[in-house]
Ligand binder design. Structure first.
Ligand code: ZN
Length: 201
């Protein structure tokens, strides 16, 4: 928030608060103002991430799996800068595997990140450098501190959009390639009507 001080006619110091340039709706995962950027990921762009390739081929490549909006308050790579954003992961499955984000390591493994769930249910999948993989349940109000050394991906295991907010370093950077090439050590699939974390074969 910017504040400006002005002298009134009586000589009393008044504080005139100026509104911030960005506003959000926590539960809807909406953010507006400037500069808010937006990016969508479709099934086609996530080709190769889901294990049931044939099931994915039968689905529309243009189907949106998740939408990210972020406030680019600092330039990418700016030391000490922070970015703020929200992701909406749509409900759905490819075969028995739930819709999920691509997932990444941070290029700078010293840079941590917060995720906070606003709406919906899912799993935050985390993996360390030895490919040991585990999940943290996401539900409204859950707060997740992601160590900078852990890869992270979000899976929507519910039947409504999974909405979570994030704050991360502008200089964290992204390492998508490691995930693209090797995936995580486990996947979240439906087993007997319930989500299960199973080893990635
Ligand atoms: Zn991250």
């Amino acid at each position: 928030m910017n504040t400006r001080h002005a002298e009134s006619s009586e000589g009393i110091l008044e504080t005139e608060a100026q509104g911030p340039t960005v506003h959000l709706d926590w539960l809807k995962g909406a953010m507006k103002g400037a500069p808010v950027l937006r990016s969508e990921k479709t099934l086609g762009e996530l080709e190769g991430l889901f294990h049931d390739v044939e099931a994915q081929v039968r689905m529309s490549a243009g189907a949106i799996v998740y939408v990210v909006q972020w406030w680019q308050a600092a330039a990418a790579g700016e030391a000490g800068g922070l970015l703020w954003g929200v992701t909406i992961v749509k409900p759905g499955k490819v075969g028995d595997e739930f819709f999920m984000t691509h997932g990444h390591f941070h290029a700078d493994r010293t840079r941590a990140e917060y995720y906070v769930t606003a709406s919906g249910h899912g799993v935050l999948v985390r993996m360390d450098d030895s490919r040991s993989t585990w999940g943290e349940a996401m539900s409204p109000g859950s707060v997740h501190y992601i160590n900078g050394q852990h890869a992270h991906r979000v899976v929507n295991t519910g039947d409504e959009p999974l909405i979570f907010w994030a704050c991360w370093g502008a200089d964290a950077g992204y390492d998508y390639g490691t995930i693209r090439e090797h995936g995580f050590g486990a996947r979240v699939v439906e087993r007997a009507g319930r989500p299960a974390l199973v080893p990635n074969e």
